[in-house]
Design a protein around this ligand. Sequence first.
Ligand code: HEM
Length: 253
Amino acid sequence: MTATPAGITYAEYLRLGDLLGAQRPLSDLHDEMLFIVIHQTKELWLKQMLHEVALATRLVADDRFAEAYKALSRVSRIQAVMTMSWDVLATLTPVDYNAFRSVLGTSSGFQSAQFRELEFRLGIKDPKFLAYQEGGDAGQLRLRAALADPSLWDVANAALARAGFAIGDSDSIRASWLAVYRASERYFELYQLAEKLVDIDDGLAGWRHKHVLTVTRIIGGKKGTGGSAGAAYLESTLTKRAFPELWSLRTEL
Ligand code: HEM
């Protein structure tokens, strides 16, 4: 622990000078502030989620399930807040947004290193997204580390293997988790872990749905500032799952 400086103030402790000095609209239009604040808030919540997912990953690797549930539940509650925040952004009409959209240039949520790191740390690892980070910058280094490290899904499957299940390809993973669900009382800790993971996948999918809905409401079928097809691209991401076998096993229950 670092010693607290004598007489430290609220603003000093929270570094409000840095935080509240970081909103720098490029236009003089009223609504650009909301756009910046919503995105910055999302980056702060992503930071907290990555912090919790890192803890949960260590705890699951140690078979400390009850402590991991606590961190995973916190992630789910943050996701609920993030999903609700689309309703604030939806007060931005297409007319309001079009007035300043040009100032965004080619910047896009595609380039959010923390969003991509969260996907990678959960288990959705697609190296093609490294291309959207500038060469060698801190975001790309973090993404490379996240690709190399075991994901939350990897450590959950390793815990299943330690409990005596044969884990290899996707079929064996599905069959093993299915056995856990079928004997949920016997394997209560793993069963509970699986449901916490499904909560997170559910939260991420809910966030993606609200994103595409809000985007369609604001830009219709226009292309994205990051160069994708826009809403059509975002719709293609709706079926992504970090823990796919936990979804597919439900058909067989
Ligand atoms: C007017 C509001 C918004 C519009 C029109 C919009 C539009 C888009 C579009 C079209 C894409 C696809 C990439 C591209 O071509 O640029 C995208 C990606 C993304 N946006 Fe937004 N967005 C908006 C607000 C936000 C906000 C507020 C957040 C965060 C809270 C966000 C986070 C992301 C992320 C993380 C991606 C990457 C998604 C993926 O690849 O799965 N966007 N956005």
